[in-house]
Write a protein that binds this ligand. Sequence first.
Ligand code: SF4
Length: 123
Amino acid sequence: MLVTAAGQSYREKQVDTLNRSEDLMTTMEMPHVSECTVSDCSYNHDGCHAFAINVSGNNGTAECGTFVPLSAKGGLDRVTSLVGACQRADCVHNQDLECTASDIRVGAGGGDDTAHCLTYQRR
Ligand code: SF4
C-alpha cells in the first residue's frame, strides 16, 4: 500500500479531499439530486453516486449530461450528488448558469432523452 508523507494511505487522502470538497459545496448550497430513476446509468445504483452532474440539452430539453450507460457501475461510495452546472438558461431555476432549485429529480424524459432533469421548468 502506498502511503503519503503524512502517513495516510492514498485512499484515505482521497476521502479526506472529497470530504473537504463536500463541505465547500454544501457551503455554496448547491442543489442535490434527490432522486434518479434512470436505472441503466452507471452512476445509478440505489441513487446517483456521481459527485456532481451537469445538465445540458437542446430545443427545450434538459438532459443529464453525466448519464453514461456502461456495463460497470461507478461513482462515490455514497449518494450525495450535486448539480454542478446547468446550460438551461431558459429554466425558471437557472441563474447565471447555476441551478437555484432546492433539489432536482432526474428521470426519463420525452423524445430521445434517457436522463432528463424533471425539475426543469421553462420561463
Ligand atoms: S431545475 Fe432547471 S436550472 Fe436546475 S438543473 Fe434542472 S434544468 Fe437546470
